[in-house]
Each structure stands twice: as structure tokens, then as C-alpha cells.
Write a protein that binds this ligand. Structure first.
Ligand code: FES
Length: 367
């Protein structure tokens, strides 16, 4: 029997034509701009999340509970999410570990939530905005969760977590999600004092309930966590799969030690910041054919451009995702991690990661 229903191709073309008509009626804006005002988290819209709760943690840290739009695909424990916030008229993105258990994405907005925990830091524009300015009901921009610092399935028999400071954030997400599956789990956490430990009461409660063996190292009293201390505190570490997150110096030492023991493949690390080489001298940077600014040798081109009011592509801001790549037309830039120079002759278009590159003399970046 013949059907009078239009086919999928016809419906898609009809939908496109309707949007074209709606856009022309809404001109100079787009029809979607008006829809965004009423249903900002609808299917097909740019992914956003509504702030449901802002909860104080220890020190200057806050946990922000977000209800994502319906296109949120969920996350794996240990992953991070990029959050975009408009500060001073510029959208700035930063990555935060997800500390909540995975919520199942639903078909209508409002049923799944996720939380991130951020600590205010001197000069941390976005994190300080999250910690001090964000209000319940605000909207933030969101990307899908990403990252490979996750527990495998099935989980290993004897996991070891080594964390320091806010390095606990991805691990607390794993613990909250996987405790019923984890056996003989050890968490070695380092912070200045017992009162500085993020999620301290919760972690101690889990330890008291026999869910995890918690070893706290308080640097004010015990000194910095070094390899001798780790070996003494966890004598069976060579039998364990290890997840470590914390300052670069600690992670470098752990990676070196695990390699010496021949168990490097049992180690999984998550870095919040990239290690930096000695800065160079800086220079004048021209973005496109307009903005020209003097930048020192330790400021990433991405930060410098944003500070000058430019909207530049960005992602992880750690040299991982390559979202920030732009062509270097002329001049030299230095890789902030390795100190390596990239030089372009006039007219070249050498692609550079602006989040981990600084000026090394005069240079021109294409937009
Ligand atoms: S923003 Fe991810 S590599 Fe630069």
C-alpha cells in the first residue's frame, strides 16, 4: 500500500526550509537565538547546564551541581568536563573533574545532574568566578565529558589511588561510583593539614565503614609525600594498579619510580597543569590583521589574546586537545612545556597550540 507520509529526506528538507523562513523573520538574529531565551537546554541547542546548587567545601573550594541539557551523554567516573562561562563579555572555558556518580541521561531536560568541585586560586579567572560569583539558576556552557583517567571494567582487584590537594577530585568520583565493585582499595592522600582535605569527612567515613583503606599524609606535620614514604606506607604497591593525580612534581617522581620498578604500565596519571620550561623573552604579537599586543615570554598566546578581548578557539588549555591551534604566519613562538622554538617565515602557516605557546620575539598569528 502506498503511504502518504513524507519520507525522512522530505521531512529534513521541510525542516531546513522552515528554519530558513524563521531565520529571515528573526533577522538580523537567528531564530535559534530566540528559542535559546525560552528553552536553552533543548535538544539540538548548544550544550548548556543550569546551576542547581553551589555548596561550600573546605578552604576556598565549592561544589557546583549542574543540570545539563538533554543532549548530555553522561560520563565515566574519573572523567572531566569543560565548562564555559562568560566573564567580562568573553566566553572562557576551563576543565573540571566530575565528582558525582554518573547520572543516566534522560529524554527530557531536568533529570540528570552532575557536580564539579573547584578551588579558588590566585588569578584564576574562571575558577574564581565559579567559586565566588555563580548563583543558583545561572546557565553555563558545557562540553561532553572526556578523559581517559577512568577505572576499567571490570575494576582491578587491588587499586591504589595516590592524590594530593585537589587531585582528589577525579578519584572521589571513582570512589563514589565504584565502591561496591572495589575490593582492597587503598587511598593515599596528601594535603597540608587534616582540615585542608577536600571531602575529608566523607573519605574518613568510608574508611571507618571499611570501604577503603585511607592513609592521610599531612605535609605540615609529616613533610612532603616522597617515594620512600609511599613505599613504606603501601608496601605492596607493585601488586596494585595505581591512579595518581596531583601536582606535576609528585606525578613526575611517581612516574620515574614506577618505571624503575618496571611497573610503569600499572600506573595511570592525570595532570591538571602541564610542566613548564624556563620562559623566554616574549615579544609583540599581532593577532590577524588587527590587535597587536606586547606579551611576556611566560604568558600563553591564548591567555594573552583573551586578555586583549579576542575570542579565540580553546579547549583543554593543557596542550592535549588541539582545539586552540592557529597558524603562525611569521616570527617565533616557544613551547611553554619543552622550551622548543617554532619559527615561521613570512607567509608560512605553521600550526601552533596557542594554549602552550608564548611569544619568542615578534610574531603574527592568523585568526
Ligand atoms: S586548548 Fe587543548 S591543546 Fe590547546
Amino acid at each position: 500500500m502506498m503511504s502518504s507520509e513524507p519520507g525522512a529526506g522530505t521531512r529534513a528538507s521541510l525542516r531546513r526550509r522552515l528554519w530558513t523562513v524563521a531565520d529571515s523573520l528573526a533577522s538580523p538574529r537567528k531564530a535559534a537565538d530566540y528559542l535559546d531565551m525560552f528553552r536553552p537546554m533543548r535538544r539540538g541547542a548548544d550544550l548548556r547546564a543550569r546551576v542547581m546548587e553551589v555548596r561550600d567545601e573546605v578552604q576556598d573550594a565549592v561544589t557546583v551541581v549542574l543540570r545539563p541539557g538533554v543532549d548530555w551523554r553522561g560520563h565515566l567516573p574519573g572523567q572531566y568536563v569543560r565548562i564555559g562561562i562568560d566573564v567580562d563579555g568573553i566566553r572562557r572555558w576551563r576543565s573540571y573533574s566530575i565528582t558525582s556518580t554518573p547520572a543516566i541521561p534522560r529524554s527530557s531536560e531536568g533529570e540528570a545532574t552532575l557536580s564539579v568541585t573547584a578551588k579558588a586560586v590566585p588569578g584564576g579567572l574562571v575558577t574564581n568566578h565559579l567559586a565566588q560569583e555563580l548563583q543558583v539558576g545561572d546557565l553555563v556552557h558545557l562540553d561532553q565529558a572526556c578523559g581517559t583517567f577512568v577505572l576499567p571494567d571490570p575494576v582491578p582487584r587491588k587499586p591504589l589511588f595516590i592524590t594530593a590537594g585537589s587531585g582528589i577530585t577525579p578519584v572521589v568520583g571513582m570512589l563514589r561510583s565504584g565502591l561496591d565493585r572495589l575490593r582492597d582499595a587503598v587511598l593515599l592522600h596528601s594535603d597540608r593539614t587534616p582540615g585542608d582535605v577536600l571531602f575529608g569527612p566523607e573519605l574518613r567515613g568510608l574508611a571507618a565503614a571499611g570501604k577503603v583503606r585511607l592513609i592521610e599524609n599531612h605535609t605540615d606535620a609529616d613533610g612532603r609525600l616522597d617515594m620512600a614514604a609511599i613505599t613504606e606506607l603501601v608496601p605492596d604497591l607493585a601488586e596494585r594498579q595505581t591512579w595518581a593525580c596531583g601536582p606535576a612534581g609528585l606525578l613526575d617522581a611517581i612516574e620515574e619510580h614506577w618505571a624503575e620498578l618496571g611497573i610503569a604500565e600499572q600506573l595511570h596519571t592525570e595532570r591538571f597543569r602541564t610542566a613548564r620550561a624556563e620562559p623566554g623573552q616574549g615579544g609583540t604579537v599581532r593577532f590577524g590583521s588587527g590587535t597587536e599586543i606586547a606579551v611576556d615570554g611566560s604568558t600563553a598566546l591564548l591567555d594573552a589574546g583573551e586578555q586583549a578581548g579576542l575570542l579565540l578557539p580553546s579547549g583543554c588549555r593543557m596542550g592535549i586537545c588541539f582545539s586552540c591551534v592557529l597558524p603562525l604566519r611569521e616570527g617565533a613562538v616557544r613551547d611553554l612545556r619543552s622550551g622548543e622554538l617554532t619559527i615561521a617565515s613570512p607567509g608560512d602557516g605553521v600550526l601552533v597550540q596557542t594554549c602552550v605557546s608564548a611569544a619568542a620575539g615578534a610574531c603574527q598569528i592568523d585568526l
